[in-house]
Structures are given as structure tokens and as C-alpha cells.
Write a protein that binds this ligand. Structure first.
Ligand SMILES: [Fe+2]
Length: 470
């Protein structure tokens, strides 16, 4: 890694703590008039930096500045608001870095510190509500229109574990939001179903072969799949003031396991061993076909290298462990077996599909991708569109110095065919130190954007986002 690359890795995660709102005035191209709704985005964006600087923070650390980009009949506006958790508010009152971090102690001890909550990973609308999510806290509710903070939600008193994750799966046929939690004490896994009316119709716990960091999971029409990576999550270092990185360890000698259960309340979980060790942050989708379950995911082959990279990525250390590849997993519940196959040697992350097909068979997938020659692990110069029927992948590549974020698919109309719609993705421009939102035609993803909207304030590349149709 040379200095330029180090600076680059630091720059895409650099906070810009500006809460503002405006109408977009710098728009290249034309915003499609069919695009009516809001793209919500989330990612770490520390408001009050530690004395050691933001680059000392873990990749997962930082306050949650929620971005809402609302498209309305060919126009667009931006609104950004911090999630006002109790720990965030206290830190602003104190004016110093006092509430916490995954990597080190606060700069100054305070009396009666509120529970540290920074819901900085995903932002998910469901049933007229909006949830800012992170995997070490309960959901934090915000107003979908104003982004005003409402507070933590405990599943109407039905919460079983310490936290739930940032990756619910919304089955658009049933309207149900399926969401899981994990924790380093038994029982290790929790599962919830939230109905469209907000009621909680299922809250159950499961044990697992070992405690792990289970960032995401998958559903099919009839099943739930928990991917247990070859990472062990040990509570002890966290209780004694240790770093998050000390609490997780990679185990190359331990194959990934997959916990599969039926959706019905009270179902047992069955653990199936995969053929190799590894870790996945993000499955892309799962579905049932011919009596089997298929799941594709972006898989890290070396869990310990991944852990090491996450720790140093903001300080510009070599992040080469932060490289995942697309894999396909095939589960046979009759024989309790799992086959895996690597789908590409091109690294990929932030896999998304047409969300209307979550849990059901999809043809198309979209992800950020990087060639080995890009030499910028964890960053992506292209959005790749995959064809699960074996057709060629198609790339949308940005110019030198630009990097793309997670691609979010928006159907052209609510009942448009799969892939008939738009891809919205963030573009970080290191040359200009600016951020844009690209609107791509999903069916011509390799063409120039239909529209590129330049934000007035740069925002960090961040993690995840979702679309809410107007
Ligand atoms: Fe994620």
C-alpha cells in the first residue's frame, strides 16, 4: 500500500458532521419522473471525535447521521439528521468524546453514562415506521419524513436478547419484517417477526455451536437461514474494557455452519456444516428450488485477516483481508449437506437484489466489485450486475479516483418486472472531495447515469440504504 492509497482509505470514511437540508441544484442529466420516493442512507459519521482522531476508530464506529434523498417528479431534495440517542445527546452536552467506542475507552469518564448506542449501519422503513439499525443495540426509531428521533424500540416488551442486527429481511408478499439478533451469551441467537401493523408475532431464541458475530441472515418462503461464520465472539474482553477486536477471533480450522429452521413459530433449528471456513457479512438472497435451498453471499475466505483489516482500515493500514468473493451455497435438508461454489474471482460486497424478491427466486443481483488490479481492498470502482441464469455480468465503472457504495434497486413502477427500474448508488469522488448520487438504468447499467446529483456536503461512503416508495 502506498501513501496515496492510505489517504484514500482514510478519506472515504472521514466524518463530515453537517446536518442540513436543501434542494439539489447540481444535477447532471435528468432525474426520471417515475422515481418518486426516498432513498435513506446510513453510515458511521462521528460528530465529536476522540482525541486520537477518527482514524483511530474501528471501521464500525461512529455516530449515525441519516441521509434522506427524496425524489419527486424530476426534482430531488436532501435532508440529514443525526440519530439522537441518549449517548449521542450526552456527548454533545459534554462537548467531548465521552460515551464510547469499539476500540478504546472514552477520553474522559462521566458519571452515569447512558448505554452507548450508535445505530450507524442500516436504515430500514417498515409499516410506516423507520428504523436506524446497528447490531449491538435495539432498533432506534426515527420519523420517516422529518428524521426526528423517537427512541429505542424493544419489540413491545418482547425483546429477548441484548440487540438485533442491521439486516432485517422484509418479505414483500407477507409484509413481515424478519430480524435476528445475536449475543455472546447463551442463547446466542434471537429471531423476531414484525407484522406490517407493527405487532410482534414471533420472538424466539436459539442456541448455536459457538457464539459469533452474525451480521446478516437470510429467509426463503418457508425457512430462515443463520450463517455462523468461523469467527468466535468472546464476551470476556468486552467486560474487562478490552477492544472489540480482542473479543472476536478467526478460526480457520472451524468450518462455517448454517442454522436452518422453518418459519413456523416454535420450529427447531438444524445446524449443517459447510465445506470450508470463512465469514460472510452479507448473503444476497436465498430461495427454495427442487427441494433444496440456495443462498448466494459475499464470503471472506480468511476470517482472521478480515478482523485485522477492519481494525486498521481507517488508519490506512493494509486492508487486504477485507476482500470477499461471491459464493453459492446449496443446502439439502434431506441429507443435511451443504455444497459451496465460488462464483467469481472478482471481489464483491454490498450485494443487493430487487427487494420484492427477498426469499424468492431472483435472476438479477447487483454489488460493488473490484478487480485485483484495483489494489484498494474494501473499496469498489464498479457496480456489477449478475445474471443468475449464467449470462455475462455487466459492469458500470466510475472514473479514476471515484468509488461506489451499495447499489439499491428501485422498480420503475410497483409492479414492474424484475430489473425494470433504477439503481441508486453513492459515488465518492476523491479528486474533488465530493459525493454524488448516481441514478442508473438497471437494464443499461453500463451506460452513463441517467442523472448524477452532487451533494452540497460530502458524506462518508457509509454502509447501507433502502428505498421507500412515495
Ligand atoms: Fe451490513
Amino acid at each position: 500500500m502506498n501513501q496515496q492509497q492510505n489517504d484514500l482509505l482514510a478519506s472515504v470514511t472521514r466524518p463530515n458532521p453537517v446536518e442540513t437540508e436543501y434542494n439539489f441544484s447540481r444535477i447532471e442529466g435528468e432525474i426520471p419522473r417515475e422515481l418518486n420516493g426516498t432513498l435513506y442512507r446510513n453510515g458511521p459519521n462521528q460528530k465529536t471525535e476522540p482525541a486520537a482522531g477518527y482514524s483511530a476508530m474501528h471501521l464500525f464506529d461512529g455516530d449515525a447521521l441519516i441521509h434522506a434523498i427524496t425524489f419527486d417528479d424530476g426534482k430531488a431534495r436532501y435532508r440529514g439528521r443525526y440519530a439522537q440517542t441518549d449517548s449521542f445527546k450526552r456527548e454533545q452536552e459534554e462537548g467531548e468524546f465521552v460515551t464510547g467506542s469499539l476500540n478504546f475507552a472514552p477520553d474522559r469518564a462521566i458519571e452515569n453514562p447512558p448505554p452507548f448506542v450508535a445505530p450507524n449501519t442500516n436504515i430500514v422503513p417498515h409499516g410506516g415506521r423507520l428504523f436506524a439499525l446497528v447490531e449491538n443495540a435495539p432498533p432506534f426509531e426515527m420519523d420517516p419524513k422529518t428524521l426526528d428521533s423517537k427512541g429505542l424500540w424493544d419489540y413491545d416488551g418482547k425483546m429477548l436478547g441484548m440487540s438485533t442486527t442491521a439486516h432485517p429481511k422484509i418479505d414483500q408478499k407477507t409484509g413481515q419484517m424478519w430480524i435476528h439478533g445475536y449475543q455472546p451469551i447463551e442463547p446466542y441467537i434471537q429471531l423476531y417477526v414484525v407484522e406490517l401493523d407493527g405487532s410482534v408475532s414471533l420472538a424466539e431464541s436459539h442456541d448455536a455451536p459457538w457464539p459469533s458475530m452474525m451480521h446478516d441472515f437470510a429467509i426463503t418462503e418457508n425457512y430462515v437461514i443463520f450463517p455462523l461464520g468461523s469467527i468466535h465472539f468472546d464476551l470476556a474482553p468486552m467486560l474487562t474494557g478490552g477492544r472489540f477486536s480482542d473479543a472476536i477471533s478467526g478460526h480457520a480450522d472451524r468450518n462455517m455452519m448454517f442454522g436452518i429452521r422453518k418459519r413456523e413459530a416454535g420450529s427447531e433449528i438444524k445446524w449443517i456444516e459447510g465445506p470450508s471456513s470463512g465469514y460472510m457479512f452479507h448473503p444476497s438472497n436465498a430461495y427454495e428450488e427442487d427441494g433444496k435451498i440456495f443462498m448466494d453471499a459475499c464470503t471472506y475466505e480468511d476470517p482472521q485477516a478480515l478482523i485485522n483489516s477492519l481494525d486498521i482500515i481507517r488508519s490506512g493500514g493494509d486492508p487486504r483481508g477485507f476482500i470477499a468473493h461471491p459464493y453459492l451455497y446449496e443446502f439439502d435438508l434431506a441429507s443435511d449437506t451443504c455444497k459451496e461454489s465460488k462464483l467469481s474471482d472478482i471481489s464483491a460486497e454490498f450485494p443487493r437484489i430487487d427487494d420484492r424478491l427477498i426469499g424468492y427466486k431472483n435472476r438479477w443481483g447487483y454489488a460493488g466489485t473490484a478487480e485485483p488490479s484495483d489494489d484498494a481492498a474494501g473499496l469498489f470502482r464498479r457496480i456489477t450486475k449478475y445474471d443468475r441464469t449464467g449470462g455475462p455480468s455487466v459492469n458500470r465503472e466510475v472514473v479514476e479516483g471515484q468509488w461506489v457504495g451499495e447499489p439499491v434497486f428501485v422498480p420503475r413502477t410497483p409492479d414492474a418486472e424484475e430489473d425494470d427500474g433504477f439503481i441508486l448508488n453513492l459515488v465518492h469522488d476523491t479528486n474533488k472531495d465530493e459525493t454524488a448520487i448516481d441514478v442508473l438504468d438497471a437494464r443499461a447499467i453500463d451506460s452513463a447515469p441517467l442523472a448524477r446529483l452532487w451533494l452540497e456536503e460530502r458524506i462518508p461512503l457509509g454502509f447501507h440504504g433502502n428505498w421507500l416508495q412515495a
